[in-house]
Write a protein that binds this ligand. Structure first.
Ligand code: AR6
Length: 207
């Protein structure tokens, strides 16, 4: 299934990736990034990221789809986690899903009056999820478009925060970045896919 993701890449692979003298650090991570529009429960990345709520006890949207596909044992494990703060994430097993772990991230309910807090919380979901993935030996991760459904985050702003946070996390610690081979932004609605496509080259410029 990872092969399938590579085929669906919307970003050209760096043509000079094998050249160690190539001075293009800002593009060095392009071959790790994928955009895909699909049902995230079908992906076989090591980790998938759920758009959960603070109870971690399930809900609608992608959360409902993940709980249905994973089976009731997921809820049993979630009950032991004592919820999760907004902007944070917790990890579980994946039960009947093809991935190894589910990372349950709690995005903010969008507030236009307090967009700075919304952005900080959303970015925090992405960076905490990436760190959790590496701590759990996951080499690939697929994010759902956190907060862009019921929680009302505008797609363009959410895509910018999401991709920007991933870029910052990769740049922060190169050794840690190399623990991840693939980071997938998985959208479900055309509006979210378009938002990612519009902004991706700002953070991962084509070479
Ligand atoms: N695969 C991938 N993405 C999906 C899927 C799917 N199967 N289904 C929906 N999406 P939402 P939120 C997209 O509403 O805004 C829940 O009740 C969807 O198009 O699921 O963070 C939780 O329990 C959208 O882009 O999550 C919380 O209470 C994205 O997933 C609350 O909703 C997120 O939409 C969280 O709201």
């Amino acid at each position: 299934t990872l092969t399938l993701l590579y085929k669906l890449d919307k970003i050209p692979s760096p043509s000079n990736a094998a050249d160690p003298t190539s001075p293009s650090p800002s593009a060095a991570y392009n071959d790790k990034i994928s955009l895909i529009r699909t049902d995230i429960t079908k992906l076989a990345t090591d980790a998938i990221v759920n758009a959960a709520n603070e109870s971690l006890l399930g809900g609608g949207g992608v959360d409902g789809a993940i709980h249905r596909a994973a089976g009731p044992a997921l809820l049993d494990e979630c009950r032991t986690l004592d919820g999760c703060d907004t902007g944070d994430a917790k990890v579980t097993q994946a039960y009947n899903l093809s991935c190894k772990n589910i990372i349950h991230a709690v995005g903010p309910v969008y507030s236009s009056r307090n967009w700075e807090r919304s952005e900080k919380m959303l970015k925090s979901c992405y960076t905490k999820s990436l760190t959790l993935a590496t701590q759990n030996d996951c080499r690939s991760i697929a994010f759902s478009a956190l907060s862009t459904g019921v929680y009302g985050y505008p797609s363009d702003e959410a895509a910018e925060a999401a991709i920007g946070a991933v870029r910052d996390w990769l740049d922060e610690d190169k050794e840690r970045a190399n623990k991840l081979d693939r980071i997938v932004f998985c959208s479900f609605m055309a509006k979210d896919e378009a938002a990612y496509e519009n902004i991706i080259s700002e953070f991962f410029p084509p070479i």
